[in-house]
Design a protein around this ligand. Sequence first.
Ligand SMILES: *Cc1c(COP(=O)(O)O)cnc(C)c1O
Length: 398
Amino acid sequence: MTEVQVATTRPELEQRLGAELSRLRAAHLYRTRRVIDGNHGVILHVDGRALINFCSNDYLGLASDPRIAEAARRASTHCGWGSGAAALISGYNREHAALEESLADFLGRPRALLFTSGWAANLGVLRALFGKQDTLLCDNLNHASLIDGARLSGAQYRRIAHGDTAAYAEELAVAEGAGTGALGIVTDSVFSMDGDLADLRGLTALAEQHRATLIVDDAHGFGVLGSDGRGACEHLLGRGAAAPAVYIATLGKSLGAAGAFVAGSDVLIEYLIQRARTWVFSTAPPPATAAAARAALEIIRTEPEHRLRLLGNIAHFRRGAAALNLPLLPSMTAIQPLVLGDAASALAASRRLYDRGYWVAAIRPPTVPTGTSRLRITLSAAHTLDQIDGLLAALAAA
Ligand SMILES: *Cc1c(COP(=O)(O)O)cnc(C)c1O
């Protein structure tokens, strides 16, 4: 029998992990998954129960739209499933190219580049574009992937108080006086846990004034905001206004598909093709997922009724919540958080709703600052008014 050698550090590591897990449990910060059977629409099936889903980012109800699944089915019949390699090697399919062209065309930008996820896009873009001679100004409620990407770039990291445009102006003036490197302003457009909007008008002006590059992550705006679903920039700046130099959005939220993209100038996209490591060294997504996203984009382009129904649902929910004196944050987007304070309260409220048949996730640290644990209620075009009234009644009772 051969003897198996166990690395000596292993028990210590196991012990450390075990201790940390115990600490998380005691602090009500332990996280678990539930398995969904079947599709991820408004009604979720878990352990034989049907629950009404109020925490998805599938704002238009497209994730379970049969037309999108059908587009993927058709493409996979034609192309098979895997792409087999990174795009620069042999993984770049006609379906990927068609999606990139459709996205660029929809946004009125010269080019778009498809990534496997928003996380990969943010890491890849920030690392590729900035280095240690540069300075990045980042809203302190930015998504984790923007924080990691900015850190990974090695640039000077300046945390800006949430939504404080004047603080950006001050930091830009300081950074401009101090160095020769590039300046970047990095922000979510719709803040994912609060649902509020960045001051894109103010930031666009500051970027122009200080020759900084504006990088906008529109994960929760693309497809949903703006009169034509072109996202937060269309909503806040109007059509035809100067778009941010670097625009990033995911295809896994309002499009109900998967993947993400960066849109911008020809030079930007060509540079990313050479240098964005999460893109260069990663297998291209299955062609069928690109076909699915393109079908979703076509629905967004031609069927404004989903966006209008979502707006109606948001208004209906906020009216009902106001009548119940529920302390919602002042958000006009599909993200409607109810801050409860400590992690235990948020978890208990989420459990009580679950028992009543409503699935609303409790969001706790480190996703949100300590003391601001919340129910992150998200609305979809696919909710009926009855379902929303049912949730309101359950919230009042819970
Ligand atoms: C969800 C999200 C991402 C990550 O996108 P994925 O495609 O899910 O990896 C990035 N930024 C923001 C603001 C997000 O909400």
